[in-house]
Design a protein around this ligand. Structure first.
Ligand code: HPA
Length: 245
């Protein structure tokens, strides 16, 4: 049976209901991961869990050691990755509380350690990244969402910005012209690093605010936190269903 790892984003620093069996703070050639990799049982199945921003939440999106995180999860035995990401809604259909399982992404982030293929290499490897998300894992997430009482989109383009600030109205208008449906700060380089390691990867995105210029109001942390609190139970039950399936 495939060993899944869940990478929890903002609002999911603990996987409540995880029957913890071990907690391993692994060191990697790339430094320390954001937190200990938790190993336990969830949805009746062995699972690994890692809090992307640390436990408690303290690491900004551009400072997450994505390489160490992915490396540590693979060392711990992960064979597939389910990433949870809080995002802003760009497309009008992506209101707060909406879920999206993106099928594509555009990377606007910069200056992050984004590859394992650096330094002295015998061969430079150019991974295929035409389809950044794993088709089978995506279908599992979509099937689980279909059993929930929630609005969701089974496709979407994720735009990854640098953060930690939110975007300007013009930046979001540009992302929209580029075809982005949702915007977040943590989708990359995580997805590409998983591909470099040969780990199937998919993203469960929860919209926690309309992106800049997409509502009359300015974006507040209170609004984001309220949307996270409202959506997190669905996130957990979708994950449990995927694991049980
Ligand atoms: N922009 C970028 N990242 C985000 C947003 C946003 O509006 N909301 C949550 N993560």
């Amino acid at each position: 049976m495939t060993v899944y790892a869940i990478i929890g984003g903002t609002g999911l620093t603990q996987l409540e209901g995880l029957q913890l069996r071990a907690d391993e703070l692994l060191d990697t050639p790339y430094g320390a991961p954001s937190a200990a990799v938790q190993r336990g049982e969830y949805g009746g199945r062995e699972v690994l869990f890692l809090a992307r921003h640390g436990q408690p939440h303290r690491i900004a999106p551009h400072q997450v050691n994505y390489r160490a995180n992915l490396w540590a999860l693979q060392q711990a035995g992960a064979e597939a990755i389910l990433a949870v990401n809080a995002v802003g809604g760009v497309h009008p259909a992506m209101g707060s509380g909406h879920f999206c399982v993106p099928h594509q992404l555009i990377d606007y982030s910069w200056g992050r350690e984004h590859t394992f293929f650096a330094g002295e290499l015998e061969h430079v490897t150019h991974i295929d990244f035409s389809h950044p998300y794993d088709a089978d894992l995506r279908q599992r997430l979509i099937a689980a969402l279909a059993t929930e009482q929630c609005a969701y989109s089974s496709h979407g383009v994720y735009g990854c910005t640098q953060g930690p600030r939110l975007e300007t109205v013009a930046e979001i208008a540009r992302l929209e012209r580029d075809g982005c449906d949702i915007v977040g700060m943590t989708g990359m380089p995580e997805a590409a690093l998983a591909r470099e390691l040969g780990l199937p990867y998919a993203c469960l995105a929860l919209v926690v605010n309309p992106a800049a210029g997409k509502s009359a109001a300015l974006i507040s942390m209170a609004e984001i936190e309220a949307a996270l609190a409202a959506g997190i139970d669905t996130v957990k039950s979708v994950l449990a269903r995927v694991l049980a399936g």
